[in-house]
Design a protein around this ligand. Structure first.
Ligand code: DX5
Ligand code: ZN
Length: 224
């Protein structure tokens, strides 16, 4: 099983102090920084583009943190090179937006970036069957994409278990990442089901505690 990693999602960060907040998350031990790209078409919200990846690239160079870019956009093929150029380390695309997913994954790898795939809560795992051997990360959406601060969809835990079995059956070393409503209260169950990368936005950048305290709470529960 891969090492357990935390991927704070900047969607819930204070964008007036983004560099400072991301720096604090990295200093507290985050291995990935999760960047939610939304275009107002595939999901109702509009967020960030390559500019923010580029802005955070120097921090990634200095610290080794991984820029984990989650593309919730209608036509990801059109922007892969821009995000690669900006400095994305992982580019994760939604199966629902990629009619030629095998080619999209190939292009991401040819750009020197790790390819990830993800699927909405109602999209069945069978849609990933053929592409699983070709990806470095699979992301389970445990909320409907578009916003931070939503509640974890309970059925996601069984979906994580079934995906873990699919990955083990082919001997894949891909990260199994979970995204949406991840909290200190449910993270142990999510890891026990087979996840090794945990995205958390509001649980890390929101609430009354500091970023460092929130990350320390996760580490205490995960004992990592
Ligand atoms: C939702 C995004 C998630 C979100 C997670 O569309 O993909 O990454 O930012 O936020 P929380 O952890 O607050 O559910
Ligand atoms: Zn995300």
């Amino acid at each position: 099983m891969n090492q357990i990693k935390l991927a704070p999602s900047i969607l819930s960060a204070d964008f007036s102090r983004l560099g400072e907040q991301v720096g604090e998350a990295i200093a507290a031990g985050a291995e990935y920084i999760h960047l939610d790209v939304m275009d107002g078409h595939f999901v109702p919200n509009i967020t960030i583009g390559p500019l923010i990846v580029q802005a955070l690239r120097p921090l990634a160079e200095q610290t080794g943190v991984v820029l984990d870019v989650h593309l919730m956009i209608a036509n990801p093929d059109r922007y892969l090179a821009d995000f690669a150029q900006a400095g994305a380390d992982i580019l994760t695309v939604h199966v629902e937006t990629c009619p030629h997913l095998h080619r999209t994954v190939q292009v991401i790898r040819e750009l020197g970036v790790k390819p990830g795939v993800t699927l909405n809560p109602a999209t069945p795992l069978v849609t990933l069957e053929e592409i699983l051997p070709d990806v470095d990360l699979v992301l389970i959406m445990s909320v409907n994409p578009g916003f931070g601060g939503q509640s974890y969809i309970p059925g996601s835990t069984d979906k994580i278990r079934r995906l873990r079995r699919m990955l083990d059956a082919i001997g894949s070393t891909a990260d199994l990442e979970v995204d949406g409503g991840v909290k200190v209260q449910n993270v142990a169950e999510i890891v026990a089901a087979g996840a090794n990368v945990l995205v958390a936005g509001s649980a890390i950048f929101g609430g009354s505690k500091t970023i460092s305290e929130n990350i320390a709470d996760f580490r205490r529960v995960l004992r990592v």
